[in-house]
Design a protein around this ligand. Structure first.
Ligand code: SAM
Length: 233
């Protein structure tokens, strides 16, 4: 399968496909965050990085396009600039690219993810995507909390058979905490031996918090799991 991941982040899509055992012959990624790219290249060195989505154009066959465009202007937590916002407007670059890919492979599969948003923005995204794909596509609202311990309501647009909402696994934070953590993240005996009080305790607590941050990262796998489920259908 030849995959193009727009707004690839640290390539969670690639991890999902790997866990599903989907053979990927070429994986193109468009991402601009240098740290995210570094993580991707460490885990998946064969990734072909294309850089800024505005400079991506398609000349070859693509089987699957995945895109989770920036949500800041669409989110209820944002300033509400909507699809005219500089960041969330990048969605239309994804639409341009989908049209180019569809002209080469009419059967290209597309999976788009974004936050829960005003129906006005949601409809505008559905209209643009439907026009690009030549068929009506509307989003499905899924909560990652069904399969992980993180409440995360997200919209998923995809041009294949609608999936059934997964059963609630009833997971809570304690189910996903790691039981073993590398010593480098712990406060350490030296600090505890020399503890005299005051700010030192804050340091110890901060170090403990780092430990919890590491474990909470596991919770962020929830979106990955949903993506894996969607791609598995
Ligand atoms: C909402 S995040 C999605 C990340 C990833 N898809 C995930 O689910 O973890 C949006 C991503 O778009 C990237 N991005 C922002 N502007 C971009 C641009 N012009 N071209 C490519 N990627 C961009 C950001 O760096 C960020 O990683």
């Amino acid at each position: 399968m030849i995959v193009l991941s727009l707004f690839d982040g640290m390539s969670a899509t690639q991890q999902a496909l790997k866990e599903l055992g989907v053979p990927v012959s070429l994986y193109y990624a468009s991402e601009v965050d240098s740290y995210a790219i570094k993580i991707t290249q460490k885990n998946f060195p064969n990734t072909i990085q294309l850089g800024d989505v505005c400079n991506v154009s398609i000349a070859d066959h693509i089987d699957l396009i995945v895109a989770g465009s920036p949500c800041q202007d669409l989110s209820f937590a944002g300033k509400g600039k909507g699809l005219d916002g500089e960041r969330s407007g990048l969605f239309f670059e994804a639409i341009r690219i989908i049209k180019e890919a569809k002209a080469i492979n009419p059967n290209v599969k597309v999976l788009i993810e974004n936050v829960k948003m005003k129906s006005e923005y949601m409809d505008a995204m559905s209209d643009a995507l439907s026009e690009a794909l030549g068929e009506r596509v509307t989003p499905q609202l899924l909560n990652s909390g069904l399969v992980s311990a993180q409440n995360r309501q997200r919209l998923y647009w995809y041009n294949w058979e609608t999936i059934e909402e997964p059963e609630d696994r009833g997971l809570v934070l304690k189910d996903i905490l790691e039981t073993t953590v590398d010593d480098k993240y712990l406060a350490g005996q030296k600090l505890l031996d020399n503890y005299v009080g005051g700010d030192q305790l804050n340091l110890a607590i901060s170090l403990r918090l780092i430990q919890y941050t590491i474990t909470i990262r596991k919770a962020q796998r929830s979106v990955l799991e949903l993506m894996a489920m969607l791609l598995a259908t």
